[in-house]
Ligand binder design. Structure first.
Ligand SMILES: Cc1cc2nc3c(=O)[nH]c(=O)nc-3n(C[C@H](O)[C@H](O)[C@H](O)COP(=O)(O)OP(=O)(O)OC[C@H]3O[C@@H](n4cnc5c(N)ncnc54)[C@H](O)[C@@H]3O)c2cc1C
Length: 422
């Protein structure tokens, strides 16, 4: 079976791996000159099922209103009359009930847990090196009340098998002495005991090497997918800026670009970009740099130790496909970094960038066969958790394509324009 995968981020490359392992003759097409450079190359690095909470929650609408009024909130919205965003936003609002937020969180959590286990299995089976740290992740609270609220919130993931532990500031330092300064500003933390962190770009390029050398996968880099061509309910060809690719099957895994490409063949999918900002700074003082990743729950800044660098990211800004950034976009990151980890890394020389999360309104990604074409599959819309969820999503898709029973119920991931009955 000849299969073309569109997109060479962590989702596309893991898809290619599992399909090639099943005997497909796989070609991956990516418009960038290297693999894993988009969202996969700029994320916070956390492998964190404990952080599976759906963004669409009862608190979100108030936050969006405050953002529109100019407040610096965690989720920010630029006023837009883009019909695609309005359509996406209406679906997001519908998911902001307690019941829906809980259900969406549980679905994401199940996928994240399954995926993390699969990622570690893959790491061992293929000997992948990607700066992985398996010491959990910490969620820091600067306020006693917020810590209690955080613990209540975490009860949901704990009920579903995710081990979490309350930490005092002293416990935090005992876990990782680099939290010495952080311990002075926080009232406590929650330890997502089985969470971790790692470099998803390295994971992607390492796995691509295995795909190429062991499984014969072909990578066409610097090739932009433009549109699909169909005939008789099947996709026959992918048209690229450098010619046409015929295949028996196609998988769309192009992150934020997936809906643009899927519309060329009449399939609308609710994926919209949420821009984030991230920095990568060279470690200067090992003892002041945490190996345990985490999130400052006040400033919503997340970090991971990636080898001899520290990756730190924050913010979710709905601003269409505008990737631009200005120096002040990184103020929150630098302020938090200097406060929690003073002297740890070369903040002045840090590389800065923006990157975009491919968000669905409810949270669960879109995985499976499209409704309109019998040989077009989707693996996209992984939002703020795509690094954590990639391996599991791709294995589920490969199982579905092979006719094996996937390990999880696939209904929540169905290819959709909108959720029916909500
Ligand atoms: C700031 C930030 C922080 C994050 N932190 C975390 C975290 O801590 N933990 C976590 O689990 N997740 C995190 N995420 C989410 C995670 O990074 C993404 O969900 C994940 O990388 C999505 O992978 P992907 O392969 O779908 O998309 P991408 O990595 O964006 O890959 C899509 C690929 O498709 C290619 N492409 C697009 N259009 C075309 C075209 N027309 N033709 C050919 N190729 C095309 C692109 O070049 C790109 O390589 C974060 C994301 C952001 C932005």
């Amino acid at each position: 079976m000849r299969t073309v995968v569109v997109g060479g981020g962590v989702v596309g490359v893991t898809t290619a791996y599992y399909l090639a392992r099943d005997g497909h003759e796989v070609t991956v097409v990516d418009k960038a000159g290297e693999l894993g450079t988009d969202a996969t190359g700029g994320n916070a690095g956390l492998i964190a099922p404990s952080h599976s909470f759906a963004w669409a929650s009862p608190q979100a609408p108030k936050m969006l209103v405050r953002s529109l009024m100019g407040e610096a909130t965690a989720i920010r919205v630029k006023l837009s009359l883009d019909p695609r965003f309005l359509w996406w936003g209406m679906q997001f609002m519908r998911e902001c009930t307690t019941k829906r937020a809980r259900a969406n969180t549980v679905v994401k959590l199940g996928l994240a847990q399954y995926s993390q286990a699969e990622m570690y299995r893959l790491e061992e089976a293929e000997g992948l090196l990607y700066d992985v740290v398996k010491k959990g992740a910490v969620y820091l609270y600067r306020d006693e009340h917020e810590l209690e609220v955080g613990l209540d919130k975490m009860a949901l993931v704990a009920e579903h098998g995710q081990p979490v532990k309350r930490l005092t500031p002293d416990d935090l330092v005992a876990l990782d002495p680099a939290f010495k300064n952080a311990a002075e500003v926080v009232k406590g933390a929650i330890h997502g005991v089985s969470d971790g962190s790692g470099n998803s770009e390295k994971f992607t390029t390492e796995l691509a090497r295995v795909c190429r050398e062991k499984l014969g996968v072909r990578f066409l880099l610097g090739v932009s997918a433009l549109r699909f061509v169909e005939q008789g309910g099947k996709v026959t060809t992918l048209v690229t800026d450098q010619g046409e690719l015929a295949a028996d099957q196609f998988v769309l895994a192009a992150g934020i670009q997936s809906p643009i490409i899927s519309r060329t063949i009449g399939q609308d999918i609710p994926v919209f970009p949420a821009k984030g900002f991230s920095i990568t700074a060279q470690v200067l003082d090992d003892s002041a740099t945490p190996t345990v990743g985490g999130v400052d729950e006040k400033t919503l800044v997340a970090w991971s130790r990636l080898g001899d660098t520290l990756r730190i990211s924050s913010t979710a800004q709905f601003d269409g496909y505008n990737r631009s950034h200005v120096p002040s976009d990184f103020d929150n990151i630098f302020k938090t970094a200097r406060e929690l980890f003073p002297g740890a890394a070369d903040w002045d020389g840090a590389q800065v960038r923006s990157c975009m999360r491919p968000m669905t309104p409810d949270g669960p990604p879109i995985i499976g066969r499209g409704t309109k074409h019998s040989n077009l599959y989707y693996n996209t819309g992984h939002g703020h958790m795509g690094w954590t969820m990639a391996c599991g999503s791709s294995l589920l898709l490969a199982d579905a394509i092979a006719g094996r029973r996937p390990a999880l119920d696939m209904d929540p991931f169905v290819v959709r324009t909108r959720r029916k009955g909500r």
